[in-house]
Design a protein around this ligand. Structure first.
Ligand SMILES: C[S@@+](CC[C@H](N)C(=O)[O-])C[C@H]1O[C@@H](n2cnc3c(N)ncnc32)[C@H](O)[C@@H]1O
Length: 390
């Protein structure tokens, strides 16, 4: 019991990570560079947000006129519903407002809208946000927020990390344009991967290979192994590895082709010792595909299936490659599978050779023999060149 309380508190604490203004700006500018009217005339919903604490609403409010947004709506989650009880204090902005309600401030979420120059200063910005308490707590899965979702054109937020899978289902069923922050590992989720494969969802423009820093509550406690920056721009921050943007809004990076070398040149000149000097690329034992553990070592002249790490998606252009599946969850067409999963013999050899971890029963992880030793490749995405090289 004590343990599960601890885990819940930790999970909830990790949900109170706030996105920094400059990270939002950098990502949004990429969509505008590609299409200056990406947000023009649109109703934008930001659920799981709170402009008193977080930056999505602030950023869009400050750029409301420049982007030509029609209506901005953001909703926050009631403090009492959050599992993580930080030292919650309503802001002066709320307390000094005539509608302030001592009970509602903890039990209800809030809705903020921006449509007009309320202050009459001749411009529409963050000072023109109008707010009221929601009827409920602002849970994205409530009827009240679903109705707002269905009325909007674009949904943008960084949802709670612990509920990312539920949020994904929520957003996919809405069939709207969206931009979300999530974990890279979600790429192989059965709810998400088929959409990535069909080019209905892709990764955003900013690459977070180095991890992303989020603003954290003042009483946030770092784990004993945390070795990164704890303050940025005067704010307490924590670094989260493997974070990325998921979207279905187009941007220019998706249309830049990766410069690649031929297979022969890679084997001769690659900067990776795993490739340079070898006779050939490794072929999986259970898939008709070669293993390419580094995106920049994809051969330009190999027409078969290529297994690459999920970080490849950061560089993926649908103009250059097609995605045919993933080793995780068996989400790959049977035509590329040599066995339905890994054979018992292979798995036995793998553990005998000192292997650990990668294989789970029913999970057809990609495997291969190297110098007679059975090895597993971590999550792989299978791709093919879009235009076969003759
Ligand atoms: C990762 S934080 C991000 C906040 C903000 N969108 C940002 O990027 O700065 C996620 C927020 O969602 C809230 N939240 C947690 N569970 C929720 C739920 N079921 N419905 C709506 N919001 C929720 C958390 O309390 C937290 O404030």
């Amino acid at each position: 019991m004590a343990n599960s309380n601890l885990t819940n508190a930790k999970t909830a604490k990790n949900d109170e990570f706030y996105t920094q203004y400059h990270d939002i700006q950098k990502e949004i500018e990429a969509y505008l560079e590609f299409n200056a009217n990406a947000f023009r005339g649109k109703t934008i919903l930001m659920p799981c947000d709170d402009p008193e604490w977080s930056n999505f609403t602030k950023f869009f409010a400050q750029n409301f006129e420049r982007f030509g947004v029609k209506k901005l709506i953001s909703t926050s989650f009631a403090p009492d519903s959050k599992n993580y009880k930080s030292d919650y204090q309503p802001t002066l902005f709320e307390v000094n407002d005539p509608q302030f309600d001592e009970k509602k401030t903890v039990k209800n979420g809030k809705i903020f809208t921006l449509t007009r120059d309320k202050s009459g200063d001749g411009k529409i910005d963050v000072n023109d946000l109008e707010w009221e308490y929601l009827k409920g707590d602002g849970d994205f899965n409530s009827k009240e927020i679903k109705k707002l979702r269905d009325e909007s054109d674009i949904i943008i937020t960084n949802p709670p990390f612990s509920l990312f899978r539920d949020f994904l289902v929520w957003i996919v069923e809405a069939n709207k344009s969206f931009l979300l922050i999530g974990n890279m590992n979600a790429i192989t989720y059965k709810e998400l991967f088929p959409l990535i494969k069909e080019n209905k969802v892709w990764l955003g423009a900013t690459n977070f290979n180095k991890g992303m820093y989020f603003k954290v509550p003042s009483d946030f406690v770092y784990s004993s192994t945390y070795k990164f920056e704890r303050e940025q721009n005067g704010e307490k921050v924590s670094r989260v590895p493997g974070v990325c943007w998921f979207t279905n809004i187009d941007h220019g990076r998706r249309h830049q082709l990766l410069p690649l070398m031929t297979m022969a040149d890679n084997l001769k000149f690659s900067k990776h010792k795993e490739i340079k000097g070898k006779d050939s690329y490794i072929h999986y034992d259970n898939y008709d595909a070669i293993d390419v553990p580094f995106t920049d070592a994809i051969p330009s002249d190999y027409n078969g299936v290529i297994g690459v790490p999920i970080t490849f998606l950061d560089k993926y252009s649908p103009d250059q490659f097609e995605i045919v599946g993933t080793s995780d969850n068996g989400l790959v067409s049977d035509e590329y599978k040599k066995t339905p999963g890994l054979t018992k013999e292979f798995v036995d050899d793998y553990y005998k050779g000192g292997g650990t971890g990668a294989y789970k029963e029913g999970n057809p992880t990609a495997g291969f023999y190297e110098n007679n030793i059975a090895k597993m490749a971590y999550k792989r995405i299978f791709i093919k060149h879009k235009r076969p090289i003759q």
